[in-house]
Design a protein around this ligand. Structure first.
Ligand code: F6R
Length: 628
């Protein structure tokens, strides 16, 4: 949700900032802007819409300044117009600020500043920041006046924010601060960077430092100094990222979304390698867990209940997780929308494990819900104490600062705004967690555990097979839906969350209205929606609810709906029920979500691509939702 970037060093800043913004554009793309400092002046340039608009404007305005800040916006306060684009400046145009987050008390600050004669040019919350800094600057003659003015300012702001600031009168200082919104610093040779995400930094250096909440840093060509908001100097050292910048390239794919769909077999392989004890064999070693998540024993001791907090696609993965934890490990599990939980948490229960699931590790609602849980349990007697586990592919994210332990889902960074590979990697984490608990609690037999593990290890090849055999077909049929207005997705049991996920993927990237339902619920109302214009996608995998889903699909067919089946059924059998078959290999029902989701991702992708939409950056969305 908005991307910010900053540079100070020995090279011209503009191109570095633009390249950084290109790597952050997935965070927001309503408008963009840059500010550099040159010859005692701030040079600011902004454009509505995507970065390419800023790039075309820049052609005439490029300058050799070696310090600057940049921003790509996802609008919160004020429309996506140029006058609301960042950077925002004070009235004298001496201070420029970019922000990711929301200043909650901006109305109050704006009134205060207006009473002192300040005039505002935008509708944003951010604009109060440069005005406030300028106000403090006007009262100081100190050498480090700029730093102090920013420090005083951040102490007046409430909300969640990350900012980067430059000042025309301090051309060798870039000041940044963080409060509940991500900000990473990069350490190069005589050059320093800041960005909302390491993706913008890794092409230059892998030495990074993640700022923590309540920290403010001064970047100069000589180095970086970190302080807390009170002004106490903190001793901090960068760490080296184990990261390959190549993974942020499209590598020949038309879109990141398609590339990431194709990365899924590899992601599953990585998970298997990381978390399966390779020397576990049923016959030889029945006495240690086949799973190696490295979780401390107190996570599972006396465990009575699990609550999972997540949003969007991660919430769907959590619903599959609930099914697994309950059916395999016998642990009652609740899944809550983090955005709801944070304002209406469920009553505190004893011996409860809380799991936060988030691909970005930065979702404001999920982080706040986990903080709420942590705080309300602190100081309570032992059985009520918080045990918090995070599941993410971004272990370096803010999530890591809140939870006691993390499971790294091994998916690496995902750039396409619609989550694909991170979803299957979250499912893998839930399979491992459930099996680990099932082993410890002896809720299922060792033979069953061995059978599931065998099934898991076959997944990469099976996903590859779906990609090879189905993509062309799905691409062909996609054009038949390019004018469709509504879709229904049906699933039951462990595939109900996959129906929700299929519908969400389609909505996000193709802008077609779609709903996911538990197939058995159709007759309780939604069946009224059906006619020949509403295709129904039915997920029908052999298992406990197979016949039921097929009957539900027949009921939809009887209402003239076109039925698209996702199934392992053979073609002949399928042709009497489905108008189109998206074929997946036969698999144990409990593992089937790992396969059934793949054709649905491809369907959403190809319908959107056929409609000529910007698949990787759908309108109104952002990859990392760092505001409420
Ligand atoms: C859907 C999607 C969103 C996210 C949601 C939570 O494709 O990407 O629904 O799943 O915003 O994001 P994370 O997982 O980063 O907490």
């Amino acid at each position: 949700m908005c991307g910010i970037v900053g540079y100070i060093g020995t090279q011209p800043a503009t191109e570095i900032l633009m390249a950084g913004l290109e790597r952050l554009e997935y965070r927001g793309y309503d408008s963009a802007g840059l500010a550099t400092v040159l010859e005692g002046k701030i040079h600011c340039i902004r454009a509505k819409g995507k970065l390419k608009n800023l790039r075309s404007k820049l052609a005439e305005a490029i300058n050799p300044s070696q310090i600057g800040i940049g921003h790509t916006r996802w609008a919160t306060h004020g429309k996506p117009e140029e006058y609301n684009a960042h950077p925002h400046l004070d009235m004298t145009r001496r201070v420029a600020v970019v922000q990711n987050g929301i200043v909650e008390n901006y109305q109050e600050l704006r009134s205060e500043l207006k009473s002192k004669g300040h005039e505002f040019l935008s509708d944003t919350d951010t604009e109060v920041i440069p005005h406030l800094i300028a106000e403090y600057l006007s009262t100081t003659t100190e050498l480090d006046g700029f730093f102090k003015a920013v420090q005083q300012t951040v102490n007046r702001l409430s909300g969640a924010f990350a900012i980067a600031v430059v000042c025309a009168d301090y051309p060798d200082e870039l000041i940044v601060a963080r409060q509940q919104a991500p900000l990473v610093l990069g350490f190069g040779q005589g050059e320093f960077f800041c960005a909302s995400d390491v993706t913008a930094i890794v092409p230059h250096t892998r030495a990074v430092l993640t700022l923590e909440n309540g920290e403010i840093a001064k970047l100069t060509p000589l180095g970086v100094e970190v302080y807390n908001f009170k002004g106490d100097r903190l001793r901090k050292a960068p760490r080296t990222l184990d990261w390959n910048p190549i993974i942020v390239e499209k590598q020949g794919f038309r879109h990141f979304m398609l590339k990431e769909i194709y990365e899924q077999p590899g992601v599953v392989r990585n998970c298997l390698e990381a978390y399966l004890n390779s020397n576990w064999h049923l016959e030889d070693h029945p006495n240690f867990s086949p799973i190696n998540l490295g979780l401390p024993p107190q996570f599972s001791e006396n465990l009575e209940q699990i609550q999972i907090l997540a949003c969007g696609t991660s919430w769907h993965a959590s619903l599959v997780g609930k099914y697994l934890l309950e059916q395999l490990a016998g642990i009652p599990t609740m899944v809550q929308y983090a955005s709801e939980f944070r304002y209406a948490p469920a009553p505190i229960t004893a011996n409860t494990l809380t799991i936060g699931v988030t691909q970005s590790g930065e979702t404001a609602d999920t982080l706040a819900a986990l903080e709420t849980e942590k705080q309300r349990r602190s100081g309570l007697e032992a059985k009520f104490q918080a045990r918090i586990l995070g599941i993410t592919n971004r272990p370096e994210s803010s999530l890591g600062q809140i939870v006691d332990r993390l499971i790294d889902t091994q998916a690496g960074i995902e750039i396409g705004v619609a989550a694909t590979k991170t979803f299957v990697s979250q499912l893998m984490a839930f399979y491992f967690l459930s099996l680990d608990f099932a082993y410890a609690r002896q809720t299922i037999t060792q033979e069953k555990i061995a059978a599931i593990i065998k099934g898991l290890s076959q997944l990469p090849a099976q996903i590859e097979l779906i990609l090879e055999s189905q993509e062309r077909y799905i691409e062909e049929i996609a054009h038949e839906f390019s004018e469709t207005k509504d879709f229904i997705f049906l699933g039951r049991g462990i595939n109900f969350p996959i129906a929700l996920e299929g519908a969400l993927k389609l909505k996000e990237v193709s802008y077609i209205h779609a709903e996911g339902y538990p197939a058995g619920e159709m007759k309780h109302g939604p069946i009224a929606l059906l006619d020949a214009k509403v295709p129904v996608v039915a997920i029908a995998m052999p298992g406990d609810v197979y016949e039921k889903v097929i009957s539900n699909a027949q009921e939809a067919k009887a209402r003239d709906a076109r039925i698209i089946g996702v199934s392992s059924m053979n073609k002949n059998e399928a042709s009497s029920i489905f108008d189109n078959l998206l074929s997946v290999p036969a698999i144990e029902e409990i593992l089937s979500p790992m396969l059934t989701v793949i054709p649905l991702q491809l369907l959403a992708y190809h319908i959107a691509a056929r409609r000529g939409l910007d698949v990787d950056q759908p309108r109104n969305l952002a990859k990392s939702v760092t505001v409420e």
